[in-house]
Design a binder for this molecule. Structure first.
Ligand code: NAD
Ligand code: WQD
Length: 337
């Protein structure tokens, strides 16, 4: 098949491109590079032996999208493109609604016009809001606590309305938990601009000396060691989940399906830091800091539905996540010098 990846040059998109190419698919990436570089195609080719087609464009540009569908016989779309920083979304809500909501509406219009009705959408565990019970299954009530989360929730509702309006759509809504780690080659991974908001890239930058010290946000949560617990999932496992979802919607009778992509295991901030130190033989200096506004004590998935319906399960443990994240950081530091 030929798969269009919006946001395909980004962190998760580039890993999905590798997995798709390795499975024999052709990949077209459509990305405006607001948070990525086009040369990721070189790294993907180094890994797989085949380069994805890179098209520079914005999902808010309907004409550019129409051109992509005219130029390539697209069978399905995986929609990664969007803005994803929670704090930034509070400061710049309109940019988030424009990129994530309006951009998605433009993409769906272009797909409809081109007669392409297979879609995998990058949603997030953030749509569960503050957990009412754990583990979080797909029927847990949804809510949003920030503009970013609200854009994901709105898109989920938009997709539900679309699926109800036309039963020929085959849509997979994938709710990711906390993607971390990198491809085993160390060639692709997460390399955020500026000071990272997320734990894993912050830890790798402290380990490499690019940042002085990690602030552990809160050590008085009701968790085994008092620090926040999350469901970290290796990005290579996450990428494999997209292949499983694509395969499933190809033979699915429902117009819209929802699956969690998580491991089902919760790890605390200190678990992650100590595993990182042990696996990589490095010290990660940290201090305890006040809780971060909006954080919850614990959040982890029930991965049962994905296992039953997709036949997919995460394979990689925390040691592999922190090991691969460090391999990528080392190479990225060398490259950026
Ligand atoms: P990323 O920023 O690395 O990738 C997103 C890509 O989309 C970037 O390459 C960016 O340049 C591109 N993009 C953004 N706006 C665009 C636009 N208007 N037109 C075209 N391209 C555009 O982020 P990621 O971590 O790979 O996330 C991919 C998707 O997964 C996002 O939708 C994100 O909300 C979702 N998600 C991510 C996480 C996470 O922790 N990484 C968790 C849950 C959900
Ligand atoms: C993990 C844990 C922090 C940084 C976010 C989004 C969510 C999803 C994934 C997109 C928490 C602690 C962090 C630091 C720390 N993204 N922490 N020091 O908040 O679970 O989820 O990314 O959909 O929507 O909200 O991930 O990596 O920011 O934090 O102590 O410098 O690490 O308090 O317990 P989070 P995170």
């Amino acid at each position: 098949m030929t798969i269009l990846l919006t946001g395909g040059a980004g962190y998760i998109g580039s890993h999905a491109a590798v997995a798709l190419i390795e499975a024999g698919h052709a990949v077209v990436c459509f990305d405006n590079h607001c948070n990525s570089k086009p040369d990721v195609a070189v790294q993907v080719e180094q890994i797989t032996g085949n380069a994805p087609i890179m098209v520079t464009g914005d999902i808010r540009n309907r004409a550019a999208l129409d051109q992509v569908f005219a130029d390539h016989a697209i069978d399905a779309v995986i929609h990664f493109a969007g803005l994803k920083a929670v704090g930034e979304s509070v400061a710049l809500p309109l940019e988030y609604y424009e990129n994530n909501v309006w951009g998605t509406a433009c993409l769906l219009q272009a797909m409809k016009a081109a007669g392409v009705r297979k879609l995998v959408f990058s949603s997030s565990a953030t749509v569960y809001g503050a957990p009412q019970y754990l583990p979080l299954d797909e029927t847990h009530p949804r809510s949003a606590t920030n503009p970013y989360g609200r854009t994901k929730l709105i898109v989920e509702h938009m997709l539900e309305d679309l699926a109800a309006s036309d039963p020929d759509w085959r849509i997979a809504v994938l709710r990711y938990f906390n993607p971390v780690g990198a491809h085993a080659s160390g060639l692709i991974g997460e390399d955020p601009n500026g000071i990272p908001n997320n734990l894993m890239p912050y830890v790798t930058r402290v380990a490499s000396g690019r940042l002085d010290q990690l602030s552990v946000f809160g050590n008085d949560y009701d968790t085994p060691d008092g620090t926040g617990v999350r469901d970290y999932i290796h990005v290579v496992d996450l990428a494999a989940g997209h292949l499983a979802a694509l395969d499933r919607i190809g033979r699915e009778s429902r117009a819209l399906s929802v699956w969690n992509l998580g491991t089902g295991n919760g790890h605390s901030v200190l678990d992650l830091v100590r595993t990182f130190e042990a696996v990589n033989g490095l010290a990660v200096p940290y201090r305890f800091a006040p809780r971060r506004a909006g954080d919850v004590a614990a959040c982890y998935a029930s991965p049962d539905l994905a296992r039953e319906e997709l036949g997919w399960e995460a394979q990689r443990d925390l040691a592999q996540m922190v090991g691969s994240a460090w391999s990528f950081e080392k190479l990225a530091t060398t490259r950026n010098r």
